[in-house]
Design a protein around this ligand. Structure first.
Ligand SMILES: NC(=O)c1ccc[n+]([C@@H]2O[C@H](COP(=O)([O-])OP(=O)(O)OC[C@H]3O[C@@H](n4cnc5c(N)ncnc54)[C@H](O)[C@@H]3O)[C@@H](O)[C@H]2O)c1
Length: 444
């Protein structure tokens, strides 16, 4: 970015605005049957189609991907369970035809990042609720567009942060609600996932889109998997808010060399040589209004075991998920496996009690993906607020562009926008107790 472009990012981050309508806690009219259209049927999209195919009260009516073999495969899959979807493919703008339909309630977007906000905004403008893959927005400008559109149209814009539904994260949230940690002081999150092979694969991501992201931008490009659950534990946007952040990135010691190595054997990789790749390790620290701190890391190119860290540290106890197994402590020693089990049994979250076993059988990252989709559909069918609203989508995604600014400016701090326009002070926390709903059945 040029200095002028960075100045614009700063201006967007400084934007203050009055909320037009509060989408936090918003309950849309209930839908007996949720009529769904999907855009993007790659690795992630096909999995989402499979999962929604197994939920009662879902009608899969439309399937879109650039590639006709993808729409054909998804159609075949759901036709076997009685759905009769129309397919849209082979043209980059054909997704608009799907979003313009008047007989859909929900558009589920699982395309590369650059399309998330344009597709979500267009779908809401055309009267649809939206589920959009992570991150929902690439820029602060896009994050504001999502907020403005959702408030104006009163359509849900949920960024499907599936890690909020992982079993250990849900247990930690339930423990936090029950006062186990005391006052929360500090949280640590990450997306550390060695994707070297995937990003350079000719087939894994459509047209190597994720590799291209890695030389077009700098900073913490994928913050939400680790951050989402920590924000829920800290009631961010619902009692606390992020104030400012600072970010630092290492240089790239891996991706540029890999590109060179591959290009020496295969001309296909020549265009990827000599690019200014994002640093391998990005570390962001965030201060909240209540005085808490959050650390978020991002590294998808070093040879390290997978980790989202998930450290929650409070005045009475600490929890840490990675490296697994997850553990808790109230003093100098970690609890034994037996003590962990007892804690888990006592504080098993209601959603896990109800759907945990089914979700594990259906699968999708061990079951969390199914828990998320089931809960979202159940909320829509019962006219309940969704667990993640447009302010969460905007805020969690905004860490990427804000960290980019800080990295480019010698790790200076930058304010985090208040996407809730001040309503964070009174917004209700996520309903972990599931006091309402839970009526939707799984078709397994
Ligand atoms: N939540 C998770 O755990 C998780 C895991 C993996 C990926 N993701 C996210 O899911 C999204 C998709 O990732 P993926 O791995 O499935 O990528 P992918 O490349 O396998 O799939 C993307 C699909 O979008 C299609 N597409 C591209 N442009 C399109 C257009 N204009 N119209 C219609 N279709 C278009 C491509 O043909 C492709 O099939 C990304 O945002 C990624 O970050 C999330």
């Amino acid at each position: 970015n040029t200095p002028e472009e960075w100045a614009q990012v700063r201006e967007q981050a400084d934007r203050k605005r009055a909320q037009k309508f509060n989408m936090s806690g918003y309950a849309a009219p209930k839908l007996d049957v949720v009529r769904v259209g999907f855009i993007g049927l790659g690795n992630r999209g096909m999995g989402a189609v499979e999962r929604l195919n197994k939920i009662e009260g879902v009608e899969i009516k439309a399937l879109c991907d650039l590639r006709s073999e993808k729409t054909a495969a998804a159609k075949k899959l759901v036709e076997a369970s009685g759905h009769r979807p129309q397919t849209y493919d082979s043209s980059p703008e054909i997704w608009k035809k799907l979003a313009e339909r008047t007989d859909l309630d929900l558009v589920y977007i699982l395309t590369p990042w650059a399309f998330h906000t344009p597709m979500a905004v267009f779908s809401m403008e055309h009267g649809k609720h939206v589920c959009v893959e992570v991150p929902a927005a690439k820029t602060i400008e896009e994050a504001w567009q999502l907020v403005d559109t959702s408030e104006r149209t009163r359509k849900h814009c949920m960024m499907v942060e599936n890690c909020c539904y992982d079993f250990s994260e849900l247990l930690t949230l339930n423990l936090a609600r029950n006062g186990f940690f005391g006052e929360i002081i500090h949280g640590e999150a990450a997306y550390i996932h060695n994707l070297q092979t995937h990003v350079f694969s000719k087939t894994h991501f459509y047209q190597l889109w994720e590799l291209q992201e890695m030389f077009q931008r700098k900073g913490n490009l994928y913050p939400t998997h680790g951050l989402g659950p920590i924000c829920q534990v800290m009631d961010i946007n619902r009692g606390d808010k992020m104030e400012y952040l600072t970010s630092m990135s290492s240089s790239d010691f891996v991706l540029g060399s890999l590109a060179k190595e591959l290009a020496a054997k295969d001309d296909f990789y020549k265009p990827y040589v000599g690019k200014s790749y994002n640093g391998n390790m990005s570390t962001t620290t965030i201060k909240t209004q209540k005085g808490r701190t959050i650390m978020v890391q991002y590294d998808v190119s070093s040879p390290r075991p997978y980790s989202r860290i998930q450290l929650v540290s409070g005045t009475k106890a600490v929890g840490l998920k990675y490296p697994e197994p997850a553990r808790y402590s109230t003093g100098h020693e970690w609890m034994s496996a037996e003590e962990y089990k007892a804690l888990e049994e006592k504080y098993l979250p209601p959603i896990v009690k109800k759907m945990g076993e089914v979700a594990k059988n259906v699968g999708g990252h061990g079951g969390m993906d199914f828990l998320m989709d089931w809960r979202t559909i159940d909320c829509l069918r019962n006219g309940l607020p969704l667990d993640q609203d447009v302010y969460d989508a905007a805020l969690w995604s905004s860490i990427a562009p804000l960290s980019g600014w800080s990295v480019a400016n010698r790790s200076n701090s930058i304010d985090v926008p208040d996407f809730t326009g001040g309503s964070w002070k009174a917004n209700a926390p996520v309903d972990i107790s599931m006091t309402k709903g839970g009526t939707t059945k799984a078709k397994v």
